[in-house]
Design a protein. Structure first.
Length: 259
């Protein structure tokens, strides 16, 4: 994925497409055993009509929670934790400060009353911030099965004394029971631009969305193979969407906090 600095005369869009495509292919080329194991875990859980919780603690990682929640083609059993504390909509610098605040992730898990028998996916691109580690450790202490969607390489490359790190210096993939590697490279951004020092073109949103959606579809396929009905959202903006979704909404209202 090495790339010379690009000028405005270069095909920047094409170079970006190549970089993202290669990153997604790197994720796909991983042995499927881990994805199938995690998908099987979710399938068994959903077969019991249990919810799968998803939290994206920190800045843009909050998009991970909304990516597969109440989304056309998404499983209805996903319950996103849409906590306001680390959302950029409340202030970007505030978000960064909150995700670095010891104990905040603990409060989020406790507030959502997760406990034994629950499954929590923690999707955070870099997998080092205090909020996501606190959330993982607290969830595990309460008997929750935890799954990380994160970049192992990015976490390992981040110095142990980085100010964003949890006091324990743990990485998210180490703090969870299972993990899926998003393969995001240190620094996240893809391409060098001529005349600029930092690279540009973020990658983590593509990687995490690809992994999360692939995981959901695999879990759904495993359920379908067993003849188990899999409630999936249809787009409300497509013909018949409201009618389809209304068949299931009462089943989840009151159970899914942010529905």
């Amino acid at each position: 994925m090495n790339q010379r600095p690009l000028s405005a005369q270069d095909d920047i869009m094409g170079a970006y497409l190549t970089y993202i495509t290669e990153l997604l292919e790197e994720i796909r080329s991983e042995p499927r055993d881990r994805l199938l194991e995690v998908a099987g875990l979710l399938a068994d859980h959903i077969a019991q009509d249990k919810l799968v919780y998803l939290y994206g603690p920190g800045g843009h990682s909050n998009m991970n929670a909304t990516e597969i929640f109440f989304r056309a083609g998404g499983l209805m059993h996903i319950s996103a934790i849409l906590d306001e504390g680390t959302m950029i909509s409340n202030g970007a610098l505030r978000s960064m400060a909150v995700e670095r605040t010891p104990g905040y992730g603990k409060l989020v898990i406790e507030d959502n009353r997760l406990g034994p028998g629950d499954i929590l996916i923690l999707a955070n691109a870099y997998g080092i911030n205090t909020a996501c580690i606190d959330a993982a450790l607290t969830a595990k202490s309460r008997g929750v099965v935890t799954i990380a969607v994160t970049s192992v390489g990015h976490a390992d490359a981040t110095p142990k004394d980085h100010p964003a790190r949890h006091p324990s210096r743990l990485n998210l993939y180490e703090a969870c029971d299972y993990f899926l590697d998003s393969k995001v490279k240190p620094g996240d951004s893809a391409l060098p631009i001529q005349g600029l020092e930092p690279r540009m073109g973020s990658t983590s949103t593509f990687a995490n969305a690809f992994l999360l959606n692939s995981l959901m579809m695999t879990a759904a396929a495993l359920l379908a193979e067993k003849g188990i009905e899999v409630p999936v959202w249809r787009s409300a903006n497509a013909p018949g969407g409201d009618e389809w979704n209304n068949r299931f909404i009462e089943r989840f209202k009151g159970r899914v906090r942010w529905l």
